[in-house]
Design a protein around this ligand. Sequence first.
Ligand code: C5P
Length: 313
Amino acid sequence: MTPPAMVRLDARAKLNLGLAVGPRRPDGYHDLVTVFQSISLCDTLIARRAGRLSLSVVHEDAGERATRAPRSRGGAVARVPPGQANLVLRAARLARERWGLSGGAHFRLIKRIPAGAGLGGGSADAAAALSAMCRLYGVRPSRADRLAAAAELGSDVPFASFGGTAIGRGRGERLERIRLARPFRAVIAVPAWRVSTADAYRQIDQMKYGLTGWNAHLRFAQRLERKALTAAMAMQLGNVFEATLGGRRRDFLDIRRRLERAGTVAPHLTGSGSAVFGILPSRVTWSSVVGRFSGSETLFLVRSARAGVRLST
Ligand code: C5P
């Protein structure tokens, strides 16, 4: 079959339903255990076969503002780099070299996932770019080969390709699929402030967070693997980065309290933040949460999703 000259892919954001971090490794990374979950919030990547590699980015505001929010605040979509540093182009270059592709592509990225918030937007874009290059050039690497390429681009990129619900180990690249007992809805609050992931890991190194806690988390994750999981069960793993927020911890606790008051359950940080998400009980409507939430954070209303990257309709 002739490969298509153009593909349009949705690249889904993720939540870390739970996240525990272990000791620093000799390579500078940290072992971790996390429950990853793809969600409906997505960027869209449109790729056309071309001689060279190029990228244009448009930002689309997919967030909701609380009814009582001050009017002055802008959207939560931090700008992403349009040039060579963008993960889309890094992924496309890697695909071209690794699989010996004869040309490039022009990418148009419609960016909706707030950047630098722990929602895996850049990783999702990278996973979509790998997939787009394979489709445009008709190559079909094995799953292991594709995941290894993804891991070269970042710790969360393998999951962004894999999608659904999975336990991640190693630095996040060793994945076990798990079954979600039932889909769920969540509300994500994204503040204007951001957290540096590298700094957050450095904070962990300074914390008195011993191996005892890490081993207990590993055992807990092992138990999760054996059953059909609900979001609430996975969230019992907690998120260790809630303890490394320093001066921002108060702001986090405040967002958490306001999300709870608005009707969501057990709000937690995703990744190293700064986004905070809470689960919506079945009887609670999105509009009631948006109506009851007080604050200037941008809200995103999402559902759990079963795929990471897929053809856009
Ligand atoms: O892999 P990625 O580029 O997403 O990681 C960003 C930074 O986060 C790394 O440079 C490293 O400092 C830290 N990191 C870590 N352990 C992990 C994942 C990330 O120390 N498992």
